[in-house]
Design a protein. Structure first.
Length: 244
């Protein structure tokens, strides 16, 4: 499997590496010759009222956030274009609730031509693709990645109901194709702009640790979980450990 993806949709360019959740370990791989369809998985028990409140809070917070952050979004978009040319935003297909695909938005942090990662620059072993000092990342891209500013356009995805403020990070479709039944439980809730992975170490986490955090969120979510994770996200952004 190649470690990069490249798609272009509606004049925008996709980031080739995604978020690094490439499940290639034996615990998360489905064998090519397996003719059996994946077994259905049960949704976590959640109160309907709490879920509705979560959706409403997501939509209102995304709308307010977009309004308040509009000046910053415009400045960052202009900086991306001036730094490397090409579009300021890109769209990339991601797997959402129950595996339904949607176009996730981000500020472009890589060069528009999307060159492939050089051989021998793969950092780390196991299920996650890591590449420190990626030569494709632009000067502005390094800054906005470090402080997760590149993720802010996903407030639009939250407003559309494709994502939540808090949840597991949205995976690439090619990654989901390798999920086993346990990993597929990540798809039982809306993917999030932030979540356990964001506050738990981000790209420094291996696949098993990241999956354990996500499944803990999926199955033990309460109305108090999201506010706590949002507050912890502020600290994670100010101390950008594992952000690359």
């Amino acid at each position: 499997m190649t470690a990069t993806l490249s798609t272009t949709r509606r004049g925008t360019t996709s980031d080739a590496t995604g978020d690094g959740h490439l499940a290639r370990s034996s615990t998360s791989r489905r064998h090519t010759g397996d003719a059996h369809p994946p077994r259905p998985i049960e949704a976590p028990a959640r109160r309907g009222a709490a879920r509705c409140v979560k959706l409403v809070v997501d939509a209102v917070a995304a709308l307010v956030g977009l309004a308040l952050l509009l000046p910053l979004l415009l400045v960052v978009g202009l900086a991306v274009r001036l730094d490397s040319g090409g579009p300021a935003l890109f769209r990339q297909q991601r797997a959402g609730l129950h595996g339904r695909e949607f176009s996730m938005l981000k500020f472009r942090s890589m060069r528009a031509e999307q060159c492939a990662p050089p051989e021998g620059r793969h950092d780390g072993a196991g299920p996650l693709f890591k590449l420190h000092a990626d030569p494709r990342v632009t000067r502005v891209g390094r800054v906005i990645r470090r402080y997760s500013i590149d993720e802010l356009p996903q407030l639009v995805n939250v407003l559309r109901g494709e994502m939540s403020l808090v949840g597991p990070r949205p995976a690439l479709p090619c990654e989901v194709a390798l999920y086993d039944d346990r990993a597929r439980q990540r798809l039982l809730v809306l993917p999030g702009l932030t979540g356990p992975w964001q506050v738990g170490g981000r790209s420094d986490l291996d696949w098993d640790a990241s999956l354990a955090l996500d499944l803990g969120y999926v199955h033990h979510w309460t109305a108090a979980t999201d506010p706590v994770l949002l507050l912890r996200t502020v600290g994670a952004v100010l101390r950008p450990v594992g952000a690359y």
